[in-house]
Design a binder for this molecule. Sequence first.
Ligand SMILES: Cc1ncc(COP(=O)(O)O)c(C=O)c1O
Length: 441
Amino acid sequence: MNTPIYDFLENYKCSGGVRAHMPGHKGSGTGGFASAYPYDITEIKGADSLFEAEGIIAESEKNAASLFGTAATFYSAGGSTLCIQAMLAAVCGRDRAFICARNSHRSVMNSCVLLNLEPCWVYPEYKDGSAVSGVFTPEAVEAAISRYAEKNPACVFITSPDYLGRLAPIKEIAEICHKHGLPLLVDNAHGAYLAFLEESLHPIALGADMCCDSAHKTLPVLTGGAYLHAADGRYIPEIKRCMALFGSTSPSYLIMASMDLCNGYLAANYRARLAEAVERVNRFKEHFNFLCEGDTEPLKVSFYAYPCGLRGYQLAEQLRSSGIEPEYADETHTVLMFSASSTEQDFARVTEAAEKLMCPRILLRAPEIKAHEPKRAKLPRDAFFAEKETVDTESALGKIAAESVTVCPPCVPIICPGEIFDEMTIKILKMYSIFKVNVLK
Ligand SMILES: Cc1ncc(COP(=O)(O)O)c(C=O)c1O
């Protein structure tokens, strides 16, 4: 597969011309990044322009679309965050309601503030004491569609995989959405690789109308690189306009070139390498089934810490002491992410460290966190821009949240702007060691 963005940068680097244009480093620099500076350019002649792409960027995006099997794929150098803003703006416009799974990332709530959207929540069945992950059923989505029918929601938005790696039943949810004439948008930030499994688990293959993938989270792409995929032509004219509304006018060519090179990587022997990594993760999960959540996506290991007599943060510290840095840790869980670039030695080291976790301790009991459904007093935008003050979490009962409060930034909000602190919310926040919050005055 050709790599038009990377090839253009390589030729420009070799041309040796005077860089009488941005950026200020003029193609050279010192230190560990010295070899990156020559490739870091701006929109010079021939380099195309991300949000009005007609040249090398459009060609590279077409390559990505053919690899992912989409009607169109657009690059983002602003992560899935920019894709989520653009998807919601393209489908909802402003001042609309939409059905939204409660395990959504903070960027969804930020989009609600920016666009004055009203999220009508679908709640999961919470499991193992985690307030950031749960099991979403198609029935719960259908019930929400009926419950909020009078609000005329613009779409259904779900997150899958979630922070702990749980996958939603996208195929069944898509069928329900389409039966009710609603498009399904999926935050697939953690799942770009799902398109390359033996049997694709990618949202577009399962019936979603649009989705975003953070390429940088699971593929060899620089941080910030993401895809916005569309299943058909309906929203294509709006997407780039909406991406341009929120995105920087100077998207990084280093990021875009890494996405371009990634196309070549995916088209070569990626499927075989991925299958090998999945097999290794499977073996690991089977061996440590006492510790690992069983129903998680193929490249994620979610340790449920309580059965080892540890809190998630403590388990993460134990792994760090063996030289392993986890992706995420909270009160109950510690999450490791692997990819096709993880080596056999990586797996051997993680296995050795996990063996040490198995020593006998007193088991901890999972906290009770069902019924976490704080009531809403104001729309997210109105609450976010209102006058606020900081109070102890303990004394926030009955007050209105001024902003999203997350377990570890950015993550999934436990309470969103405009919602009222109730007893369960305060209990959960304290469980996650959050002792100060911003409330409306
Ligand atoms: C579920 C989920 N959605 C969206 C995002 C935002 O992605 P990005 O960092 O690519 O902007 C994240 C980031 O952590 C995430 O975990």
